[in-house]
Design a protein around this ligand. Structure first.
Ligand SMILES: Cc1ncc(COP(=O)(O)OP(=O)(O)O)c(N)n1
Ligand code: 3NM
Ligand code: MG
Length: 201
């Protein structure tokens, strides 16, 4: 089963935050880059893959299965504007982890049928990290998806340590966070606090 804490890299986040999050015990790091040349994005992803390997953590690349495969990452997370999950599966093969973004149960079920190994579900709460998101679905929206699928649900969007219990009660297997870890003054301590809240020791 995939890890319960997915630390997503921040737009301005470099390797220092990734190193610290891994030192704090993060089991999964998601490389989320939206700017830069493919060469730069590949180089960053590859560095994160190597850091994750050294700490026995998984590395997942957002949006781009080509970058994920080039960097030898463990998986790819795709959203509504990215390649369809069945295409990612065809390209990447059966061992590659594939996550999909779902905001409602119908979409969630379709993504699982298409081959998603886990779902990122949100925005659970309001966030300033990403523009253009729909209204937060809250723990109730996360629960609606969680009961509809049999793959792990990872809640994302405005997740803080204090909000973890409500999300776990809603059926979330885990959480994905950008600002609360990658943007924290002490990402190692922040990751460790999340893991404690998630009952991962
Ligand atoms: C775990 C997780 N869930 C959802 C998302 C959002 O992905 P996506 O829809 O591809 O949007 P961007 O992150 O690309 O803006 C995610 N990254 N991780
Ligand atoms: C990247 C992203 N995707 C979301 C979605 O709901 O699809 S919410 C989000 C931002 C999460 O950042 P933070 O932990 O700082 O709120
Ligand atoms: Mg994406």
């Amino acid at each position: 089963m995939i890890g319960r804490l997915h630390v997503v890299t921040s737009a301005d986040g470099g390797l220092a935050a990734v190193r610290a999050a891994l030192a704090g015990g993060a089991p999964v790091v998601q490389v989320r880059t939206k700017t830069g040349s493919d060469r730069q994005r590949y180089a960053f992803a590859r560095e994160v893959v190597l850091l994750c390997r050294a700490d026995r953590a998984l590395c997942i690349v957002n949006d781009r299965v080509d970058l994920a495969l080039a960097a030898r990452a463990d998986g790819t997370h795709v959203g509504a504007d990215d390649l369809p999950i069945e295409v990612v599966r065809r390209i990447a093969g059966p061992a590659h982890l594939i996550g999909g973004t779902a905001r409602d149960p119908v979409t969630a079920a379709a993504l699982v049928t298409a081959g998603a190994d886990y779902l990122g579900v949100g925005p659970a709460f309001a966030t300033t990290t990403k523009d253009g998101l729909p209204d937060p679905i809250g723990p109730a929206g996360v629960a609606a998806v969680a009961v509809a699928v049999r793959v792990p649900v990872i809640a994302i969007g405005g997740v803080t340590v204090d909000r973890v219990p409500a999300l776990r009660k809603a059926g979330a297997h885990g959480v994905a966070v950008v600002s609360a870890v990658s943007g924290a003054a002490d990402p190692a301590a922040a990751a460790a606090e999340f893991l404690a809240a998630l009952d991962v020791t």
